[in-house]
Design a protein around this ligand. Structure first.
Ligand SMILES: Cc1cc2nc3c(=O)[nH]c(=O)nc-3n(C[C@H](O)[C@H](O)[C@H](O)COP(=O)(O)OP(=O)(O)OC[C@H]3O[C@@H](n4cnc5c(N)ncnc54)[C@H](O)[C@@H]3O)c2cc1C
Length: 471
């Protein structure tokens, strides 16, 4: 008997879920209400695509495992994405001082526009599997019962109809109606939690100035320990000789939408380096803002009954403050968990619930990281910092201080932010000792730039001064 699956949403989570299911079913139909572009172009259904998107090493490894015939890293680099080593290729100011740049080129992450990343994932998946079809259609509900989902209700020009499926994945993103849809099947005990630091993200794309092609990824992190709103800035190289510059501010410290104030905000961060670098650069877009930044989680794995034939992945399951750059990586890990379980146990009773529990473990990784910091910002909505939160935050602060002058402490932190390890990595005896010992090298008094990068900074600062005199 032939088997088929339907995936709702053709974003990163949906397309990777299709790859997870393709080897075990005869056909996967992916539904998206957007027309998907043939090239890496921004689209309406993914408004966050205007903002910087980092793909962490753990997420890339999961993606790679799902498309066995494509080397995802090569595919992305060939399309213009950049590969950045957190340990060597990044200039980052933490609340505890500048990270050093170490010799090992490890903890590699991919940077590109979100549009390029999604396009690369989609083309790789469609090349690898011929039994996946994408249809432009809107899902409006589930078909089935609290015991078993048997399809998806769709809306077309001719009205609503049912699309039968042996297996359904909801990957319809942050705006997913899954809780309502489950309610219509009689499942209404889904615990939910939202923790919102009120972060606003403002992003603008710039042309990389002549001579600045090798400028490293630059990051000024927010400080959750001051009792003041967190403010941050980041210069991310993307395809087409462009920088995506993102500024972030939690409630009370929101970055502006006005282009002139954008640079001023960057110059006023705890270090002006982001503002200095972009002051003379040519902007290619307006400033885009995003308020969709809360940590929101649906604990679907805790529902008393869970229907066979349904799994929920990606932002439809949980979203995280984007500052930590984890959402797509966790979506990829979720799809990998789906692949690992469904391929071994197709048809077994309780399979969907087991998968949902597996997926919740990867959500936990990013949730802990994001929520334990966000809860410290003033005006946070959805929870107050408990004594345990404060203790965890104090420990992270201490470990970050150690990481400014100790490679092993820095590597432990990057293992977690790269989604290569769970936060328990930070509690291993060696890491605890590093945190206790503190930095082994003295703090840096300024950004760790190479002589060539100092020259770029000097030259761009001169250009900015010339520009401001001429105005
Ligand atoms: C400002 C910002 C910056 C971010 N930066 C990063 C970062 O640096 N790194 C990172 O990993 N993550 C980042 N994220 C998070 C990341 O964007 C998400 O985690 C990721 O896009 C989730 O993918 P998804 O496929 O689950 O959802 P989406 O990408 O939102 O895709 C959902 C898809 O479902 C479709 N859809 C929705 N409803 C329906 C329906 N009813 N029927 C049919 N189709 C439907 C939509 O058209 C869309 O194509 C950021 C988020 C924001 C807001």
């Amino acid at each position: 008997m032939s088997r088929n699956a339907v995936v709702i949403g053709a974003g990163v989570a949906g397309i990777l879920a299709a790859a997870a299911l393709a080897p075990v079913v005869d056909q996967v139909v992916v539904l998206d209400r957007d027309a998907l572009p043939d090239a890496p172009e921004h689209r309406k259904g993914v408004p966050q695509g205007r903002h910087a998107h980092l793909m962490m090493a753990g997420g890339l490894a999961a993606m790679d495992a799902l498309v066995p015939r494509t080397d995802m890293r090569q595919h992305l680099l060939a399309a213009g994405a950049h590969e950045i080593s957190l340990s060597r290729g990044m200039v980052a100011l933490t609340p505890e001082g500048w990270f050093r740049r170490w010799r090992p080129q490890d903890h590699l992450m991919i940077t590109s526009s979100r549009a390029l990343l999604e396009w690369a994932a989609r083309t790789a998946v469609l090349d690898d599997f011929t039994n996946i079809e994408i249809r432009q259609v809107q899902a409006v509900g589930l078909v089935g019962s609290a015991e078993r989902v048997r399809g998806v209700r769709i809306a077309t020009d001719d009205g609503e109809s049912d699309l039968d499926a042996d297996f359904v994945v909801d990957a319809s993103g942050r705006g997913s109606r899954i809780v309502n849809w489950l309610g219509q099947l009689g499942i209404s005990d889904i615990p939910e939690r939202t923790l919102d630091s009120g972060l606003v993200n403002s992003t603008r794309i710039y042309r990389v100035p002549d001579g600045a092609k090798d400028w490293p990824l630059t990051l000024v992190q927010p400080n959750p320990f001051t009792g003041e709103p967190g403010r941050s800035g980041m210069i991310v190289p993307i395809e087409g000789d462009r920088w995506m510059v993102s500024l972030g501010g939690s409630r009370g410290g929101e970055p502006p939408k006005d282009p002139d104030e954008f640079v001023q905000y960057a110059l006023a961060l705890p270090h002006p380096i982001v503002g200095q670098i972009i002051s003379a650069a040519e902007p290619l877009t307006p400033v885009f803002t995003s308020h969709s930044t809360s940590n929101a989680r649906r604990y679907l794995e805790k529902a008393k009954t869970w229907p066979d034939g349904l799994v929920v992945l990606g932002d439809a399951l949980a979203t995280f403050n984007p500052l930590y750059g984890q959402g797509m990586s966790i979506a990829a890990l979720g799809a990998k968990a789906l692949a690992d379980t469904v391929r071994k146990q197709w048809g077994a009773p309780g399979l969907s619930r087991r998968i949902q529990r597996q997926v919740a473990k990867s959500v936990d990784m990013a949730w802990t990281l994001a929520v334990s910091s966000d809860v410290l910002y003033p005006g946070v909505v959805g929870g107050e910092a408990t004594a345990a939160d404060r203790m965890a935050a104090k420990y992270t602060q201490r470990l970050t201080r150690a990481a400014t002058g100790s490679y092993s402490a820095a590597a432990a932190l990057w293992d977690v932010t790269s989604v290569l390890a769970t936060p328990t990595r930070l509690m291993r005896p060696g890491v605890l000792l590093s945190a206790l010992a503190g930095p082994l090298l003295p703090p840096l008094s300024g950004p760790p730039l190479t002589p060539a990068e100092h020259e770029i900074l000097r030259s761009l600062t001169r250009d900015a001064e010339r520009l401001s005199r001429s105005q």
